[in-house]
Design a protein around this ligand. Structure first.
Ligand code: THU
Length: 138
């Protein structure tokens, strides 16, 4: 699946739109994410916080879990948007979850400023623990 400029724009708009549904009364830090799957479908997610703070779920994981719940296990790209001046890189937990379904995929972070981050998951999480570790046996 080639990520054309038009498709990238669509993913970026989807991430921006998803942030509008953020439930972040505790951090006041809205995040939106979109993921492109192997079949060309786009799934979105936002951060969903909880009065029990440890239960907060990040936008990226909401989007990925939504894709997996729809039977889409191969990711091709992740976009994360925050209404900040500089882009926000995915947290460690989200990097680990992205690794499960797209260990080398592009990760794009956009914001309300000019700056953007365009990297790959293996740059963000080198030497990742993943499914292969469990297949190696004892
Ligand atoms: N958050 C995300 O949604 N994605 C990230 O990669 C970083 C953090 C959310 C979690 C929490 O709701 C808020 O941002 C502040 O940490």
């Amino acid at each position: 699946m080639k990520i054309t400029p038009a498709l990238q724009r669509r993913l970026e708009k989807a991430a921006r739109d998803a942030a509008k549904n953020s439930y972040s009364p505790y951090s006041q830090f809205p995040v939106g994410a979109s993921v492109l799957t192997e079949s060309g479908k786009v799934f979105t997610g936002t951060n969903v916080e909880n009065a029990s703070y440890g239960l907060c779920n990040c936008a990226e994981r909401t989007a990925i879990f939504s894709a997996v719940a729809a039977g889409q296990r191969v990711l091709k790209c992740v976009v994360v948007y925050t209404p900040t001046l500089r882009p926000t890189s995915p947290c460690g937990a989200c990097r680990q979850v992205i690794n499960e379904f797209g260990p080398k995929i592009p990760v794009i972070a956009i914001c309300d400023g000019e700056e953007r981050l365009e990297t790959t998951l293996d740059m963000l999480l080198p030497g990742a623990f993943g499914p292969h570790n469990l297949e190696e046996g004892f």
